[in-house]
Design a protein around this ligand. Sequence first.
Ligand code: SAM
Length: 196
Amino acid sequence: MTWLYKTPGIPDELFERLPGIPLSKREVRLLMISALRLGDGGVFWDIGAGTGTIPVEIGLLCPNSPIIAIERDEEVASLIRRNCERFGVKNVTVFEGSAPDCLPNISLAPDRVCIEGGKPIKSVLQEVWQYLKPNGRIVATANNLETLYQFSEGFSNLQARNIEIVQAAVNRLETRGIHQVFAAVDPMFILSGDKL
Ligand SMILES: C[S@@+](CC[C@H](N)C(=O)[O-])C[C@H]1O[C@@H](n2cnc3c(N)ncnc32)[C@H](O)[C@@H]1O
């Protein structure tokens, strides 16, 4: 099946999933994409690409951008390839490796980076910063205070500009038994910062 709509925000259930492999929920994904401030043609790295929702969405939005999806798990890397095929995305290269160690092997320097995996966090951030082009931008996600703090401190130490942190709280209406209840979608912190 090829997804034909141009607006981002593909419904979660349209992606192929693997048990236990996380997926950024649609509403959170939209905030991440917005925070990236993409331009078609720029090089994009997604570190810890998981199910591949971000490379798929960005591949559709920016068909002229080289997109590198970095994923340490071989099975998950294959899942990303299948999701790209499913949505007809042709400009994603899946790079199997563990960040930060694998990053020097990527030949194209990025204009935009999304950090969703990799430890220690500060080493990943420092390594990415070295490769990030001038006027480049990093967006990182955190679902706990420790990660939030490490990214926040990491951005400050690197003297990133225009640091922003947004905490999204999204609730979806669900049917539970005889009731319609609002269920929280994984609360997420979205951090972003620019390199001069
Ligand atoms: C939270 S998931 C990303 C989900 C993704 N946002 C999506 O919606 O499809 C994080 C992924 O990072 C990968 N990962 C964790 N540490 C990594 C590392 N050091 N290098 C590369 N990938 C890593 C995990 O295998 C996992 O698939």
